[in-house]
Design a protein around this ligand. Sequence first.
Ligand code: GDP
Ligand code: IMO
Ligand code: MG
Length: 427
Amino acid sequence: MPATSVFGAQWGDEGKGKLIDLLAKDADMVVRYQGGANAGHTVVVGTQKYVLHLIPSGILNPGKVNVIGNGVAVDPLKFLEEVDGLHARGIAVDGRNLRLSSQAHVIFEHHRRIDGLSERWRGDGRIGTTGRGIGPSYADKAARTGLRIVDLLDPDHCRVRLRAALAEKNALIERVHGETPLDLEAQVERYVALGAKLAPFVGDTGREVREAYKAGKRILFEGAQGAMLDIDAGTYPYVTSSNTGANGISAGALVPPRWINHVVGIVKAYCTRVGEGPFPSELKDAIGDRIRKQGNEYGSTTGRPRRCGWFDAVAVRYALEISGADELIVTNLDVLSGFDEICAAEAYELNGRRMLDWPAELASIEGVRPVFARHKGWSEDITAVRRFDDLPQAARDYIAWLERTCRAKVAMISVGPERDQIIDCRR
Ligand code: GDP
Ligand code: IMO
Ligand code: MG
């Protein structure tokens, strides 16, 4: 696995944290390349549960290098909070096992404020963001008014740049949104101080990743969010502000795209979504409530109840195709135990026409009706199963259907949140 991409192939929360932690034991380096602290990646180790937002999910594996690449939007407060939180739990985190790109863009307090104010301004058209300042920070990056981590390291330079940026944002906060502006000087001094604390972690991570690759190290690229939340490929405008699949790696970590020689999509055995936007296989009924209850489907970052629905093979096929994924990891199969019948969308219907392909336009996506394939359920508790052949026949049939319909090999099946609750189908 010299360079492996592992990404979410639905709308996020597919179990990326658990799998990255697991796969990291066979890697040397784990690299985040997009998103920010909007991510909530859960890793369960014995009785301990860790929710990682910015720090790669390889951090719990001693001796691995974890990289926050240039494509990530970094909130220095969240970064340091997470480092401190890990220290407090006895996890060693320093400039050797955690690297932060000098070219990553910064999320400031004004970005978080504007995220919330823009959502309020949008009213019924709101996106349902995580409120972490992601959109406003990436907007500034594209507008070339953003500051990067390197800009925080030189106090005089930081003061000049941040004063200029914040003066404009304060005008927006005050004059457009009618709210109290931020104290400019207090903000400037706060971020200058934060810059000094970040310094030990900061470096030219693009070069570090490329050198590691050239030295034969095994690199794991950890996607955040999911393919259907990708700013280009997803259900725009109900998306996040970055490229979430393997398609984001080259730009977000500064490595050549052809280095990525193994691409794995992670999917839940059903589907969830947090926030607004289309979700064709959503279940707004007692079955959806039951999935939420059995799967404990509440946001890892915001605690919001996740919208739940059946697996959607149309969306997953599309997600896998964009990133060129040839393998699937299916998580949360255990959550489906006890259902008499399990459905999964194999196609859509739009104006009486059957469609197998994901429609690019939002209006079409909003109008589609899922066509469900019906599968027999199983009643057994499968959380202790470790071999594919020991799964109930109905569960094996369901996995075989997923493979056929999504046109990808299932490499692993997760049957619980813990590290060892995994069926490795490659053996
Ligand atoms: P991520 O954002 O993709 O890393 O996923 P989250 O951590 O936001 O959400 C996944 C949730 O499912 C977490 O609470 C995990 O501990 C949990 N989880 C992961 N894999 C499994 C599994 O196979 N079965 C069950 N029941 N829970 C799982
Ligand atoms: P992980 O990495 C699920 C969703 C938000 C909202 C939209 C835009 O844990 O899978 P943003 O704050 O990014 O501007 O919000 O994207 N969203 C996620 N949903 N899992 C995530 O991350 C998400 N990160 C963002 O709910 O609908
Ligand atoms: Mg999550």
